[in-house]
Design a protein around this ligand. Structure first.
Ligand SMILES: *Cc1c(COP(=O)(O)O)cnc(C)c1O
Length: 473
């Protein structure tokens, strides 16, 4: 067993490994070249009976595990949306792991509960959300959206489904655009609404929800005897970061007394820049809002900020009070276990505190603007190159494009060509990007949001894209 002296020595060695890793991160292939089952094949079939040294475990980690990792913090990582991190966040995670506190209620760590309350206030101020809302940290936007829809269900039924379960007479309907994230459908399945009661509303040229189509769907549903329950709008869809018109949608929800949840999982971070506040015009009429500091706000996964207008409804939906959780402080403090699904909670506010204090709001703004300006440069290179084309409007730092040599007109052929281009690029290990479909067309996506990404990485990536593209056609 490791004693305190040995731990101190090992931890110093580990800190050196951590700093070395970040120093050398660009030398690793961003996406590993690994076949399914290959990692398992390198692992012993049975657990060791006798304990093994940390040195030996680390040696195997470097030999057997690290080669099968995707390097999410590499500045050559442009895939999906990032789960970006930063040095202050990493240092905070070390402290969090050291304390290893379980922060389910105020009494189990008053500082964790109160720091979380204050960080949610800071984020409200930083993003321009309504000052009277309250927030809570959750593990992911998917959980927050499920939490929101369950609260909507309970508020609509006077908290009776929690009590009695479903009766056959109510069929709830949830509305989102055809571009909305899959977590809404998943939530509808878990909440018992059924996938087929998620109504997909058509989008306009910019891939944003068409409010008139939403209202029509709600009216049709009322006529058919359904119960319109909730609308989920996106600020920044996953495919292309399209922004639904929040103000118009909130008016419709208000008029028909439908719950309104805003999913700003990725692009919510952009609200820290005043020039993007137009996106939340009318948000004060919404009921809940989610964004992920663990995507683009330099804070380690997991850290989702979930905000609500009516915390009482949230708490009433989720509260439980077994004897062992009864405390003297109850009612005077925030017991966050009642603000969501899991009971146990990590001390996640600490990393937000470290990040916001160490960067400062202006430091965060500077990073975001830098990412957006690099993305706009990439966009200009694509626009200027006759063999490439932009596939969706770039609002922030996601660039959607494809290779389109003049000689190829056939859509199927173009799709195949771009699919091959994506695979070749990712196999090179020099960068990692992913794809989506825009109006049915195969589209490459590059997200410029790595904490430590610079113009030189994107310039090199663009050269690589052009070179591999030319080698294919
Ligand atoms: C990433 C994303 C989600 C899911 O976020 P998790 O935190 O991974 O659950 C939901 N909605 C949108 C728009 C996203 O981009």
């Amino acid at each position: 067993m490791i004693n305190n002296d040995e731990f101190r020595k090992l931890a110093h060695e580990m800190a050196d490994w951590m700093a070395d890793y970040y120093m050398n991160i660009e030398n690793f292939p961003v996406k590993p070249d690994v076949q399914p089952g290959e990692i398992i094949a390198g692992l012993p079939e049975h657990p060791p009976i006798e304990g093994e040294s940390i040195h030996l475990i680390m040696q195997d980690f470097k030999r057997k595990i690290l080669p099968g990792m995707t390097h999410w913090q590499s500045p050559n990582y442009f895939a999906y949306f990032p789960a970006n991190a930063s040095y202050p966040s990493l240092l905070a995670e070390m402290v969090t792991a050291t304390l290893a506190a379980q922060c389910m209620i105020w009494d189990t760590s008053p500082s964790a509960a109160e720091l979380e309350e204050q960080m949610m206030k800071w984020l409200i101020e930083m993003t321009g959300l309504p000052a009277e809302w309250e927030g809570v940290i959750q593990d992911g936007a998917s959980t927050a959206t499920l939490t929101s829809l369950l609260t909507a269900r309970e508020k609509k039924t006077d908290f009776l489904i929690n009590e009695n379960g479903y009766s056959a007479d109510n069929i709830f309907r949830v509305y989102c655009s055809t571009e909305a994230h899959s977590s809404i459908e998943k939530s509808a399945k878990i909440a018992g609404f059924g996938k087929k009661n998620v109504v997909k509303i058509p989008v306009d040229e910019e891939l944003a929800m068409i409010p008139a189509a939403l209202e029509l769907a709600i009216l049709n549903d009322i006529q058919s005897g359904f119960v319109p329950l909730a609308v989920v709008a996106a600020i920044g869809t996953t495919g292309t970061t399209a922004v639904d018109p929040i103000s118009a949608i909130s008016d419709i929800c208000y008029k028909h007394q439908v719950w309104f949840h805003v999913d700003a999982a990725y692009s919510g971070t952009a609200l820290i820049l005043p020039e993007f506040r137009w996106m939340i015009q009318g948000v004060e009429k919404a009921d809940s809002f989610v964004f992920n500091p663990h995507k683009w706000m330099f804070t380690h996964f997991d850290c989702t900020a979930y905000f609500v207008k009516d915390p009482k409804a949230l708490i009433k939906t989720f509260e439980i009070l077994p004897e062992y959780l009864k405390t003297f402080s109850r009612g005077k403090v925030k017991d966050y276990r009642d603000w969501g699904i899991p009971m146990g909670r990590r001390f996640r506010a600490l990393k937000l505190w470290f990040v916001i204090r160490n960067f400062g709001v202006s430091g965060i703004q500077e990073k975001l603007r830098n990412h957006i300006s690099i993305a706009s440069k990439l966009e200009s290179w694509i626009v200027d190159d006759p063999n490439f084309e932009m596939m969706a409007t770039r609002l922030f730092n996601l660039v959607c494009f494809r290779y389109k040599p003049a000689a190829i007109g056939d859509e199927k052929e173009l799709s195949l060509l771009n699919e091959r281009l994506e695979k070749e690029l990712n196999d090179s290990g020099k960068l990692f990007l992913t794809h989506t479909k825009v109006k049915g067309k195969y589209t490459l996506r590059m997200v410029i949001a790595q904490t430590y990404v610079d113009m030189r990485h994107v310039k090199a990536a663009w050269e690589q894209v052009k070179e591999v593209a030319r080698s294919l056609f």
